[in-house]
Design a protein around this ligand. Structure first.
Ligand code: SF4
Length: 259
């Protein structure tokens, strides 16, 4: 039943009885919003990749809006182009998804071709496009769909490559830009998002970027899987250690981060 959620209006979403998993995800997202005092202003920009993570985030933020949190005017920002960072669905489906949730979609253009494709500059360009559009729309916060596994993979990458015990934070004010990056899925595991996206019918595996498909992040993902098989509490303990002892160096960064 592909993209069934895209055929629903926000009114029908409100009427549905949530599954146990949906309740759990909503509760974890509410906890992150509360713990880190995320979402302090409206309008709010949401960076949509079209993958399961950002679509799940949009679904829940729309659902939560006005219920214990600010009534949000949400703008979805999507960078279109030949490549996307991970599994994604087509622009038409994203557009339909946003329409049914009554969220305006702003499509930005990346001009990257295979000849000039390289993660560092590509990612900076994508972030610049999103930051500039968010500012133009008057948004003071931009939500990214990074989840708990992303945070742990980044932790391993930073530790093994740079000797730094640091990862993404749930909230990073970018003072030079007058905008704050927020991560509402901070407490949510990728496996939970995957299951939810499958339940709702907006999961599809298509990776459009040959660089992303070979990235070190995938090695970190594999390593995390191996560690978790050997030590079942790996994710919980790493996440706990990160919160207790992790560096908050990214709070002092001046330039546009590669996150
Ligand atoms: S994976 Fe890297 S190169 Fe590919 S689209 Fe994303 S940022 Fe660009």
């Amino acid at each position: 039943m592909p993209y069934s959620i895209a055929m629903e209006t926000i009114k029908s979403i409100e009427k549905q009885t949530p599954t146990k998993l949906e309740k759990k995800l909503e509760s974890l997202i509410r906890k992150a919003l509360y713990d880190f005092q995320i979402i302090k202003s409206s309008p709010l920009a949401i960076a949509l990749s079209g993958g399961k993570d950002s679509l799940t985030m949009l679904y829940f933020l729309k659902k939560i809006s006005g219920k214990g949190f600010l009534d949000l005017k949400i703008h979805a920002l999507y960078v279109d182009g030949q490549f996307s960072c991970g599994p994604s669905i087509s622009k038409n489906h994203i557009s339909n998804f946003c329409k049914q949730l009554d969220v305006p979609l702003h499509v930005l253009e990346s001009k990257r071709t295979l000849e000039n494709l390289e993660c560092y500059s590509c990612s900076r360009e994508r972030r610049s496009l999103i930051f500039n559009k968010a500012k133009e729309l008057g948004c003071k916060e931009i939500a990214f769909g990074h989840h708990k596994d992303d945070v742990l993979e980044t932790l391993l990458l930073n530790l093994l490559h740079k000797g730094e015990f640091a990862s993404q934070l749930a909230k990073v004010p970018m003072h030079d830009y007058g905008i704050t990056i927020i991560r509402p899925l901070y407490y949510v595991l990728e496996s939970e998002i995957l299951e939810f996206a499958k339940q709702k019918g907006f999961f599809r595996l298509t990776c459009q970027c040959p660089i992303g498909a070979k990235s070190k992040r995938l090695d970190a993902k594999r390593l995390l899987k191996i560690l978790s098989e050997e030590f079942p509490n790996t994710k919980t303990n790493l996440f706990h250690a990160l919160k207790e002892y992790g560096s908050d160096k990214s709070l002092r960064k001046k330039s546009l981060p590669i996150i």
